[in-house]
Design a protein around this ligand. Structure first.
Ligand code: ZN
Length: 431
């Protein structure tokens, strides 16, 4: 029966490509089609009984994901598959495989529902801790030797949030042993860290709404997915068609670092516009490109009108805030050793503060740097700003459901800017 279910799910996943929109396809695959279709079976059957269905299902799932990312093209290897099938908070695309889920779903489900089982089976007597459960638990212990699962063997001590605990332990172990399985270059290692940084994967959860700038074309979205899954994008050694000063590398690193103004400025301005829109929709008064007369370079020493990216009225203690956006690529000048994730945005934030904060304070304004990196990582002041905006939104909205959509929108706008840089340099045949 599990096999039949797996085959039905694969049939459904095959229909996905008819949408011709990788952004919606990925969203549907993650939330409605993937392992969700099999979860009931995985939770209620011993892992050893569903093995056949699991491998059939995962093969279909991998095929569907390959179609979304490379559209039948090459370079979707085991590394890409492993990376994509991690949860988003571990740097993946959140496409959970049946194999991973089956390793803990049965145990977690049993452990979480003891009360219910006791109630249903109260007339039957007998041992609820049967051999099925024990053997599944032993199997789990062998794959997660570091996790103390002693509590699971006794009914009264099984933790109430078993599924969360076990999933976290499983994926933590996979990440820890990642480099035992795959040989990573320094660039790939650094990228993997960037992808796991807080907020890096926020963009994956937006609903595709054109009017809010929350949609990417198929070419754009695929370029982003391929870049983040470390799949080659460009033929090597072609000169960059935009700046003509450097050569493109196959993974698109130059495309993203390239400081040629149109693309670089587009990215900055796009994020600024979306941030301004987010503020306005939250009911916060803000004006973009607002001229102020004190944001001059101290070295120039004279006072001229210069626009601040966004002026937020009465933001802190009645003072207006000058928000200054800056985007950085964390992998610029990457060395073999000493890469620290999040350092690039911290440095950018500090240098902006050093440059503008004093002038703002002297003129009765507060200065808010907004530093982001090309993976979606945010500096602390940017996180603080968005957290406060999210709170304002939540307090204004009547629905109790709290989500982080402010972060998702900003994350998506950053990726859309990056996508534009990549797409502008793609060879014509790839379009
Ligand atoms: Zn260039």
């Amino acid at each position: 029966m599990a096999l039949k279910r797996a085959n039905c799910a694969i049939e459904l996943m095959r229909c996905l490509k008819r949408l011709r929109d990788p952004q919606s396809e990925l969203l549907l695959l993650r939330s409605c089609m993937g392992v969700a279709k099999l979860l009931f079976g995985l939770r209620t059957c011993q892992p050893s009984l569903v093995g056949g269905a699991v491998s059939v299902f995962d093969e279909g799932l991998r095929g569907a994901l390959e179609d979304i990312v490379v559209c039948g093209g090459a370079f979707f290897g085991d590394l890409q598959w492993r990376l994509a099938s991690l949860p988003t908070r571990f740097g993946g695309l959140g496409i959970c495989t049946a194999e991973d889920a089956s390793s803990y779903a049965f145990v977690a489900s049993r452990a979480q529902s003891w009360g219910l089982q006791d109630h249903i089976l109260r007339e039957c007597g007998g041992d609820v801790l049967d051999s099925d459960y024990r053997s599944a638990l032993d199997l789990l212990h062998s794959s997660l030797p570091d996790l103390d699962i002693g509590g699971f063997y006794i009914k009264d001590t099984a933790p109430p949030k078993s599924q969360k605990i076990l999933a976290n332990a499983l994926y933590g172990e996979i990440v820890k042993r990642f480099e035992e399985k795959f040989v990573l270059s320094p660039r790939q290692r650094a990228m993997f860290e960037c992808l796991r940084a807080p907020h890096a994967q926020d963009f994956l959860s937006v609903a595709p709404i054109e009017g809010l700038g929350q949609h990417m074309s198929a070419v754009e979205y695929r370029a982003i997915l391929r870049y983040r899954l470390m799949i080659p994008l460009f033929p090597v050694d072609e000169p960059c068609p935009v700046c003509r000063k450097a050569c493109l590398d196959s993974f698109g690193e130059h495309a993203i670092h390239c400081k040629e103004l149109p693309g670089f400025k587009y990215r900055h301005d796009w994020v600024r516009d979306v941030l301004c829109d987010v503020l306005k929709r939250a009911g916060i008064s803000a004006k973009k490109e607002a001229p102020v007369n004190f944001l001059t370079d101290p070295l120039e020493g004279r006072s001229t009108l210069r626009p601040t990216d966004i002026l937020v009225f009465g933001w802190e203690g009645g003072k207006h805030a000058c928000v200054d956006l800056t985007g950085v690529s964390p992998l610029v000048g990457l060395k073999d050793k000493g890469f620290v994730v999040g350092q690039a945005v911290l440095k950018a934030e500090a240098s902006k503060v050093a440059k503008h904060e004093k002038a703002c304070l002297e003129n009765q304004h507060v200065f808010v740097p907004f530093a982001f990196d090309t993976f979606g990582g945010l500096a602390p002041d940017a996180v603080r700003l968005l957290n406060r905006v999210q709170k304002v939104v939540n307090s204004n909205s009547s629905s109790l459901k709290v989500s982080n959509f402010v972060f998702s929108r900003i994350g998506f706008s950053i990726q859309k800017g990056v996508a534009a840089q990549l797409v502008a340099r793609l060879p014509a045949i790839a379009l």
